[in-house]
Design a protein around this ligand. Structure first.
Ligand code: ADP
Ligand code: MG
Length: 585
């Protein structure tokens, strides 16, 4: 094919591919424009994960009707005039690419009226085709509506995740901006339902509580500046971090903003976690929001299409500043309130964790949790165990002899073909997952009523996931009930989860489901996730007897070699391999 110039429509679509990766990127660009326009009120509404519609309304500086066509033209910006201006930049945008890129792949309508003017205008762009500007009334500020995103880019549409996943990402994004800009009153509406409203009072902790839930609000402490000689010149760090009483299994609630723009940075995450050091259990991560401010010439924001990553002139200085501020702040947490760290290794195995054939109902006493008193609600009627319980191990896994445990995480066993290393978590997850499937078909998943129903404060993101998973969680033993707009009552839990930190487990499940789920259907995804988060964890010391039971149960599963997520449950080192390694052959 000879070389030829691309037409404008194709150029537009290709450029859009970089900036507009998914619905959340549209929301990010529109919010940043509203912030740049000095808005004090920003309302974001989305439908169907943003693919059907995204609307951002602000009360910012607005644009004159004449400016509207320019705003929708590529490389048109009011934020800089030459490249060197980047060194002085105090706005979030600068490329003049967002609005035209969005308009190349969606049906867009922009309506705006500048402060102090009676004349507003509206302009429509349908998949790159710009219409005529028309007069429009409306309040001071700007409204951008984006409909049918990617309708003209079937390839992009195909790669979009479930609307619920996209909604989750958008909720997370808007939450971070709302928490980082407490002086702006943010409203988020998801599919017609109000997710949160911040007051715009300027109070960081209040905003944190509104978007991340009261639990976070109570544990959040504003970052304090370190002693004078420990400060890092040129770097200002502000925000908050949660006392280590609150942790997550993921790092998604470690939010960083650099000069007001949300960024991702592994280096900064590690620097911050390092400050928590011994306060966190292995695999747990803190909940934090850190705003870093440096002079604009100390950072290159022009290294990433959506500006999600930046390059600092001196990243180590920034990491040092974060680490020192975190140390200074954490050292102020009163000793009277020691971190609530659970030692899980001494925890008894859950009551259903006994070798097959499954007992109809567990006779052991309740473990030491909030469920130790007699239940108020009647216990479930005694269920009969299903008859088709296999007598002998299935032939797909040989009978293994357990030898011991390595790193409180792997079981070493010997079989006819050699040595087996079994990941205790993955193995138990497989056992629990198949048990769930079996019980769902038979009498329903074994559940245990909570004596004191647990009240769980939810973040808007968690609320969104609960909304779409309530039925499935119910089928898996988590009987939940809405309790006000931002919390739920947990009335019962699957028996396998008894004795674990129910609140932490449920949050982990909700977080994983928010990511989209790993199963073949939504119910399956929920089953995989519940099995994963209620089963034995890595780092838990097991007795020889417990290990034997686990391996026996694994031998009886249909697919003993992978957990519900598809990760391997075991590694095998054959006799041949051992002999080769030791130079015997
Ligand atoms: P950039 O933000 O990089 O300048 P955009 O394509 O996002 O590029 O926006 C183009 C221009 O449109 C901006 O420079 C700004 O002048 C104007 N604009 C966009 N959104 C708004 C808004 N919400 N309020 C006021 N002006 C806006
Ligand atoms: Mg912009």
């Amino acid at each position: 094919m000879p070389i030829q110039l691309l037409d404008n429509e194709t150029i537009g679509k290709i450029a859009a591919g970089e900036v507009v990766e998914r619905p959340a990127s549209v929301v990010k660009e529109l919010i940043e424009n509203s912030i740049d326009a000095q808005a004090t009120r920003i309302t974001v509404s989305i439908e169907a994960g943003g693919t059907r519609s995204i609307e951002v309304v602000d009360n910012g500086a607005g644009m004159t009707p004449d400016e509207l066509p320019l705003a929708l033209q590529r490389h048109a910006t009011s934020k800089l005039t030459e490249f060197d201006d980047l060194d002085l930049l105090h706005t979030l945008g600068f490329r003049g690419e967002a609005l035209p890129s969005i308009a190349a792949v969606a049906s867009v309508r922009v309506q705006s009226r500048p402060a102090g003017s009676q004349h507003g205008g509206a302009l429509r762009v349908e998949f790159g085709a710009v219409g005529a500007t028309e007069p429009a009334g409306g309040d001071t500020g700007t409204t951008v509506q984006v409909r049918d995103l990617f309708e003209n880019v079937p390839a992009r549409r195909k790669f979009q995740r479930q609307p619920s996943t996209e909604s989750g990402l958008i909720v997370r994004l808007v939450s971070a901006y709302a928490a980082a800009y407490p002086q702006i009153a943010f409203t988020l509406i998801v599919d017609g339902r109000r997710s949160f409203v911040t007051t715009g009072s300027g109070d960081l902790i209040e905003a944190a509580a509104t978007v991340y839930g009261n639990e976070v609000g109570r544990a959040a402490i504003e970052l304090v500046e370190p002693e004078f000689d420990a400060r890092v010149p040129g770097v200002t760090v502000s925000g908050w971090l949660c006392a280590p009483t609150i942790t997550r299994s993921h790092r998604q609630q470690m939010v960083f903003l650099m000069n007001g723009r949300q960024i991702q940075s592994r280096t900064l995450m590690y620097a911050l976690e390092e400050a928590y050091h011994t306060l966190l259990m292995v695999g747990r991560h803190p909940v934090t929001l850190v705003r870093i401010d440096v002079e604009p010439d100390q950072v290159d924001v022009n290294v990433h299409p959506t500006k999600a990553e930046v390059k600092f002139a001196d990243e180590r200085a920034v990491a040092r500043a974060i680490s020192r501020a975190a140390h200074a702040t954490l050292s102020r947490i009163p000793r009277a309130e020691p971190p609530r760290i659970r030692i899980e290794s001494s925890m008894p195995l859950s009551p259903t964790y006994v070798p097959s054939p499954m007992p109809a109902v567990d006779a052991r006493p309740f473990p030491q949790t909030s469920m130790q008193n007699p239940p108020e609600r009647p216990t479930e009627p005694v269920r009969e165990a299903p008859d088709p319980v296999p007598e002998y191990p299935r032939p797909n896994l040989p009978v293994l002899r357990v030898l011991g445990q390595v790193a409180s995480t792997y079981i070493i066993a010997e079989g006819p073909e050699g040595l087996y290393l079994i990941d205790q978590h993955a193995a138990h997850e497989r056992v629990v997952y198949e048990r769930f499937l079996g019980q769902m078909v038979a009498a329903g998943v074994e559940r245990q009523p909570m004596l004191d129903p647990l009240v769980l404060d939810l973040s808007p993101e968690e609320s969104t996931v609960i909304e779409q998973s309530m039925d499935e969680l119910g089928q898996l033993g988590f009987e939940l009930e809405r309790f006000g707009p931002n919390s739920i009552l947990v009335r019962s839990v699957p028996s396998v989860a008894v004795g674990t930190d129910i609140e932490a487990r449920l949050r982990d499940i909700l977080n994983e489901l928010g990511e989209g789920g790993a199963g073949s259907s939504w119910l399956d995804s929920v089953a995989v996730s519940v099995a994963c988060h209620t089963s034995i964890r890595a780092g838990q010391t097991l007795s020889l007897q417990e290990m034997r039971e686990l391996v026996e149960q694994l031998e009886r599963t249909e697919q003993p070699r992978a957990c519900g997520h598809g990760r391997p449950t075991m590694l095998k080192l054959t006799q041949d391999e051992l002999e080769r390694q030791f130079g015997r052959t």
